[in-house]
Design a protein around this ligand. Sequence first.
Ligand code: PLP
Length: 366
Amino acid sequence: MDVPLFASRASLEPLLEEIAARQRAVLDGGRYILGPEVEGFEREFASWVGAEHCVGVANGTDALAIGLRALGVGPGDEAIVPSVSFFATVEPVVTIGAVPVFCDVDPATWVMTAETAEPAITERTRALLPVHLFGNPAPIGELGELASSRGIRVLEDAAQAHGARLDGAMAGSLGDAATFSFFPSKNLGGFGDGGAVVTSDPEVESMARRLRFHGSEDKKTHTEAGYNSRLDELQAAGLRILLPHMDAWTAARRKVADAYAEAGLGEHVELQAETEGGESCRHLYAVRSPERERLQTALAEAGIGARPYYETPLYRQPAVQQWAPRDPFPSTEALCAEMLALPMGTALDPGVPARVTEAVASALGN
Ligand SMILES: Cc1ncc(COP(=O)(O)O)c(C=O)c1O
């Protein structure tokens, strides 16, 4: 591939020495779990997101399990999950003993909205779990209105949404709590696994802190069965060096998306519409086309990386199909059959969007 699907590595290169030095200092200091680097990162990340608290955990999947439990979701409770996402969105609902209830997504923005979530609400609903898919913020304002009058909590799955905004506020500061992943390919990606629960609610924070450490506040008394799930010092040290670059990197990704639109890509395939008042952080740049397979093959022949995402609606995954809706959701089915990610990244060559657009036009002949 002379145009790779992910083009961000070059932005990391100049920082690697500084990261290695900082991680070397951690090695020399001998404190590897829950030390000053994690504390510092939690402070800095919470402040960047615009929330009061951040609790660093081992990965974004644990963050969801811990976040749900910290919000009071437990066995038998229902949590509403969009049907278009990575499996990790629904998995923790099942592992904590709660019941996933799937909802459709909006056909233009590809995220959960009040309109798609409302039909899934029952008396047992305790949480909405909107996903900011590919960085496009779900409309948390309207979801919050739907939820709060019914005593339902909103947990944002912001694993793909570092730096996305809605009405000026950062994704992750909008719901009752939010979860992030620092998996290496994420917009803020570390050098291994990592995750966080972010909230401005002190009770949710203290429960999340207990849950990540075997359900204990003082390491002596265990008030619930929790997890051994901490962000580690080596990861936190690296993430602290990357964080100050996030605003520039988000701007670079948004510029790539603008360049695709300016090149006329939307005349050939359907683009993901940004939520009203939203600014996607463009984690992935996916488009939709009924001719996905033909398009992917033609792009590969032209040396351009492209990959389908989420080809299977979540409710068709064997592990959770017992909770599938009676009738398949129309927007979900169509999207999963049509989504194709195109090259995106903080260091993408500026000529790429025009070149990809030309290749798409010639492949589809439209
Ligand atoms: C939407 C979404 N939720 C949750 C996760 C889980 O994050 P992690 O891989 O850090 O467990 C991911 C990423 O993998 C994701 O894309």
